[in-house]
Design a protein around this ligand. Structure first.
Ligand SMILES: Cc1cc2nc3c(=O)[nH]c(=O)nc-3n(C[C@H](O)[C@H](O)[C@H](O)COP(=O)(O)OP(=O)(O)OC[C@H]3O[C@@H](n4cnc5c(N)ncnc54)[C@H](O)[C@@H]3O)c2cc1C
Length: 574
């Protein structure tokens, strides 16, 4: 491979490692995804579906080909670099990214992954929605989960500006944040974490000093993703004299540059040298009097950010299923090509079992996330939203974020194993999948922090009762299912677990919270699996059966080999 040095190390088109790729163009990630297609058919109106179906087919093809090629290059050879000083020794804190990455950025935002959540799609003359945006994110994450982080941050920034910015702040930033190519794009960022705490945001020390209509920010942020790339960052800071803890935090929109193009009194100390998600530059930032615009009520900064965090947690779950889908596809394709001991891998029962368990979990988890997104759309956009909707939305997000992040790591591991030695080698995507997956259980709230959210929702907001009632109601619609009796028995056990949990002291509850979170999620997914089986028949009944057996650990030695029995049927069309 050609050795390039300096800035030329970032050619416009990344080189291809000989022998590592097939010559033919890969099919769209969308084409082989019946679950996604059925989801969109169900949740989008007819016109929107037609539009989305066509756009996603083409975007999915680019993700499977050029976006994937560029992602591989960025990961291995073209990582972002900090250009701290210019030739005069002045601090310019610029982040250099390769040309291919820039192309991916432009193409993706131009698809409306952020913009069309907040403005009309010209071809339809109607506003897009999160369902469509997350469908794009799901495909993007199959190729470039690192870049889906900046997209997520930009989604969160747009949300905060749109919901809580006053007219002046919106005019100044939202237009650019929602650009789909017609004017300059401002990517977004959310800066909370400081050296003394990421989970404990209330420990933030960064301060804001009022100066006329605006503020000046002083302090540092220790994990700042999309730094140097974002045109505007949403920053939590404490206005001088405000109370301690999270209630004293206010939200600010901080532009990276001033109107004359110079830096807005910000400086990047260094970029982090990370395990994965290489595409996104994550750095440490100093604010030395950066001009800032207050967003919303100064006493509600933390509250606003927690709302945005819920949106980012959904993106996290979407990225997770994206990685799961890619891991499954890679594992399946490899198994259909590889022979061992004179036999195709896919002829071995153990291989069939692994693949079908992956397929069932992937299908159910994808369907569950888009089920959750429908409630999220209601909570964010519908005036008739109830308190119960808000609580259930938070609960769904907490339990699904945790489970999907764990599964992304598990799927990447399974894919590596299916590819054998090759799975461990960087010619294949599998090592990158594992490295990229690992962060999903850390950022946007660790598993422990999500466990604490479940405790909070159960103790303070009747979350337990709301969850049980909702599951009970959905279960009532499934009495015709052949799996109904089995699922009722499972539900009884889940309820018993919840009642026991409610009887515990607080510390004991925190101890068991992740265990309970897993059960709550598993039952939610079980209901979704059954609903799909009811609506879409045979293939989805088989997937539900496999899912339930696996999720609830029901298989005994000597039981029918369900995954083997259904293998041919479930792999017929790919
Ligand atoms: C690549 C990357 C990019 C990031 N980008 C950003 C960004 O753009 N903006 C931003 O604001 N942040 C960002 N973060 C920070 C991230 O959100 C934090 O790392 C995360 O929230 C955890 O905080 P922490 O690192 O301070 O760990 P800590 O909060 O110190 O947690 C350490 C461990 O203690 C556990 N723990 C903490 N509190 C409790 C408790 N009460 N009970 C039980 N266990 C507990 C945690 O679960 C964890 O296992 C990024 C992180 C990474 C890795």
């Amino acid at each position: 491979m050609t050795q390039l040095s300096g800035k030329n190390r970032f050619p416009k088109h990344p080189p291809v490692v000989e022998g590592s790729r097939e010559n033919e163009r890969k099919r769209s990630f969308y084409d082989n995804d019946e679950t996604l297609q059925l989801i969109l058919k169900e949740y989008l109106n007819e016109n929107f579906y037609e539009y989305a179906d066509e756009r996603l087919r083409s975007f999915g093809e680019r993700c499977a080909n050029e976006i994937d090629e560029r992602a591989r290059f960025t990961d291995r050879e073209g990582k972002p670099e900090l250009v701290k000083y210019n030739q005069f020794g002045e601090d310019i804190s610029e982040v250099f990214v390769n040309e291919g990455y820039k192309q991916t950025v432009e193409e993706t935002y131009n698809e409306g992954i952020v913009g069309y959540v907040h403005k009309n799609i010209p071809e339809l003359n109607e506003k897009g929605n999160y369902t469509y945006s997350f469908a794009q994110g799901y495909m993007l994450s199959q190729a470039e989960p690192g870049f889906y982080c900046p997209v997520t941050l930009t989604l969160a920034t747009a949300y905060l500006l749109d919901h809580y910015g006053d007219k002046k702040v919106k005019e100044r930033f939202l237009y650019n944040v929602c650009s789909t190519g017609e004017h300059e794009l401002f990517e977004g960022a959310t800066f909370l974490t400081e050296r003394q705490g990421g989970s404990d945001v209330g420990a933030n020390e960064t301060t804001a000093v009022q100066e006329g209509d605006t503020y000046r920010i002083y302090g540092e942020k220790y994990f700042a993703s999309n730094v140097g790339m974002a045109g505007v960052a949403m920053v939590l800071a404490r206005i001088e004299g405000s109370e301690a803890g999270s209630r004293g935090l206010s939200l600010f929109a901080v532009p990276w540059r001033q109107d004359d193009g110079s830096l807005n009194n910000v400086s990047i100390r260094r970029l982090k040298d990370k395990l994965g998600v290489i595409a996104v530059p994550s750095g440490e930032v100093e604010f030395n009097g950066a001009k800032a615009y207050l967003v919303g009520d100064p006493k509600k900064g933390f509250y606003y950010m927690m709302e945005a965090l819920n949106l980012s947690r959904i993106s996290n779950a979407v990225a997770s299923v994206g990685i799961m889908k890619r891991a499954y596809d890679e594992a399946y394709e490899y198994a259909t090509r590889r022979k061992a001991f004179g036999n195709q891998l896919t002829n071995y029962p153990m291989v069939q079992d692994t693949l079908m368990r992956m397929k069932a979990k992937l299908h159910v988890e994808t369907a569950t996330i888009f089920d959750l997104i429908q409630l999220y759309e209601k909570v964010t956009n519908d005036d008739n939203v109830t308190e119960a909707d808000i609580i259930l939305n938070r609960l769904n997000i907490a339990v699904v974020k945790k489970e999907t992040a764990d599964q992304a790591i598990q799927f990447a591991h399974e894919a590596i194993e299916m590819l054998g030695g090759n799975g461990y080698i960087e010619d294949f995507v599998t090592p990158r999948l594992l490295r990229d997956a690992q962060v999903l259980s850390v950022w946007e709230g660790t598993a422990n922090i999500l466990g604490l959210e479940v405790v909070r929702l159960f103790n303070r907001f009747d979350g337990a009762e709301l969850y049980i009632n909702q599951m009970q109601e959905r279960l009532r619609g499934l009495t015709n299912s052949s799996m109904y009796g089995q699922v009722v028995d499972i539900f009884e056990k889940v309820k018993e677990n919840i009642y026991s949990f409610m009887g515990l002291a607080y510390d004991e509850q925190t101890f068991y919270s992740k265990q309970l979170s897993k059960k709550i999620n598993s039952f939610y997914e079980t209901i979704v699996a059954l609903e799909w089986a009811e609506r879409h028949g045979e293939k989805y009944e088989a997937l539900a059966e496999i899912f339930i057996e696996q999720e609830w650990n029901l298989r005994e030695i000597g039981d029918e080999m369900m995954t083997v029995k259904y293998f041919d049927m479930l792999t017929k069309d790919r």
